[in-house]
Design a protein around this ligand. Structure first.
Ligand code: URA
Length: 430
């Protein structure tokens, strides 16, 4: 496709006309191979921001982006292959728990991960805090490990959906990220290229997440479910609350440490609840939504945390990726504490502010940087009791200043709403 045809496509989108599949393929191909430049694609992205895309168009876009590079093929690996993705939120260490957990329960988890986006941390960054652990696995090693160990978490190679990488960079630079079809195509293209026939996607909604309002998050979840099913995948999409940080830790080392606690059998809390819900979705398969299947999956998942098999599976995955869990130094006491200046109930925790302070500290700190939430939302606290633990040998004072106002205490606070806001299941259509 040339520049004139791309301009015409943008004009027809602005006028509300739907594209043919071939037009979208040509646009993606042209931008990927450099025939089209940023200035050619940008008007179309802006037109999509304004007029949207139909489900068929979003499906064509996702497929074209997925096919822009290598497509993994899992034929020959025995078992149900599942991949999992979260749109990202503060304190979201779910993958570190749900991946070995689901593998311990019998599915094969081929988790392709990215780095943190904005103020939300990435699974790879957390996992790589384990000494020696590699995430740059070759496709061959990745597949062999999934087959033999039952799970692997690897960085998505540059050859997987390269069109998304290029388009996302342009969207990021030009303020064209916030479009549901563009986000759905971006998220899913990488997962479709990863080849797993079953996908579990955790769409986070709230002020500590990438999608701040529940309605947009739910529309994104439905689009992802419909497009994935149209491209032949069994789709399980959850919308989970992320108004406040998910776990009690913010920062790569602290989040890894907390995930290990859950894998060691710590029960309860929001991180535990979402991790078990995600693992359950990974197990439920085509019978998701049937109460007897759901409750069996729930019992299996909880048991695997209690009896240590999930933890053993993590050990095996870490060893296979060259890591040494024994050498991971679990964080001790924080460098500083921040105390409640009044008695009351924790009504609100500003995850974004905390995450931004932690990222700044992680960039400046050679040791452990992070913030531990010592009181969760809805808990009572008395004046003078500790609220936040600040880690960072050289950065704690600066972090403390930044997060001083991040916890709001009121006399009484409404109980937090549900954690799992929606569960959407679609069986493959193609
Ligand atoms: N995450 C992605 O991978 N892509 C987007 O467009 C937004 C969030």
């Amino acid at each position: 496709m040339g520049a004139a045809a791309a301009a015409q496509l943008a004009a027809s989108k602005r006028a509300g006309t739907s594209h043919e599949r071939g037009e979208i393929e040509a646009l993606v191909k042209g931008y990927s191979d450099g025939t089209l430049g940023d200035d050619d694609l940008l008007p179309w992205l802006r037109a999509v921001m304004q007029s949207g895309l139909t489900l068929e168009e979003t499906t064509s876009l996702t497929d074209a982006m997925a096919r822009s590079g290598t497509m993994l093929d899992w034929r020959g690996v025995v078992g149900t292959i599942v991949d999992k993705h979260s749109t990202g939120g503060v304190g979201d260490a779910v993958s570190l728990i749900a991946v070995p957990l689901a593998a311990a329960c019998g599915v094969k988890v081929a988790k392709l991960s990215g780095r943190g986006l904005g103020h939300t941390g990435g699974t790879l960054d957390k996992l790589e805090r384990i000494p020696g652990l590699r995430t740059d696995l070759s496709v061959r090693d990745f597949k062999a490990q999934v087959g033999e160990v039952g799970c692997a978490i690897a960085g998505a190679s540059d050859r997987l959906a390269p069109a998304d990488k290029k388009m996302y960079a342009l969207r990021h630079r030009t303020g064209t990220v916030a479009s549901i079809p563009l986000i759905a195509a971006s998220v899913l293209s990488k997962k479709i290229a990863g080849g797993a026939p079953t996908l579990v996607i955790d769409v986070k909604a709230g002020r500590s997440a990438f999608m701040e309002d529940v309605d947009s998050a739910t529309r994104l979840a439905e689009t992802i479910a419909d497009v994935g099913a149209a491209l032949g995948r069994s789709m399980h999409v959850l919308v989970t609350d992320m108004d406040v940080p998910l776990g009690a830790s913010v920062g790569d080392v602290l989040e890894l440490d907390e995930a290990l606690d859950v894998l060691h059998g710590r029960e309860g809390g929001r991180l535990y609840d979402v991790s078990t819900a995600v693992a359950q979705a990974m197990l439920a398969g085509p019978h998701a939504g049937r109460p007897e299947i759901e409750s069996r999956a729930q019992a299996t998942v909880r048991h695997a945390l209690r009896d240590g098999t999930a933890r053993l599976r993590l050990d095996a995955m870490v060893r296979a990726q060259g890591g040494d869990l024994e050498a991971f130094q679990r964080p001790g006491q924080p460098e500083m504490l921040l105390f409640a200046d009044r008695s009351g109930v924790v009504a609100w925790i500003d995850g974004k502010t905390i995450a931004e302070a932690v990222i700044a500290a992680e960039n400046a700190e050679s040791g452990i940087a992070g913030v531990r939430l010592l009181r969760q939302i809805g808990e009572t606290v008395r004046e003078g009791e500790p609220l936040l633990g600040i880690y960072g040998a050289g950065t704690a004072a600066v972090t403390a200043d930044r997060v001083r106002e991040a916890v709001r205490i009121t006399e009484s606070a409404p109980q937090p709403g549900p954690l799992i806001l929606a569960r959407i299941h679609r069986e493959p259509r193609a």
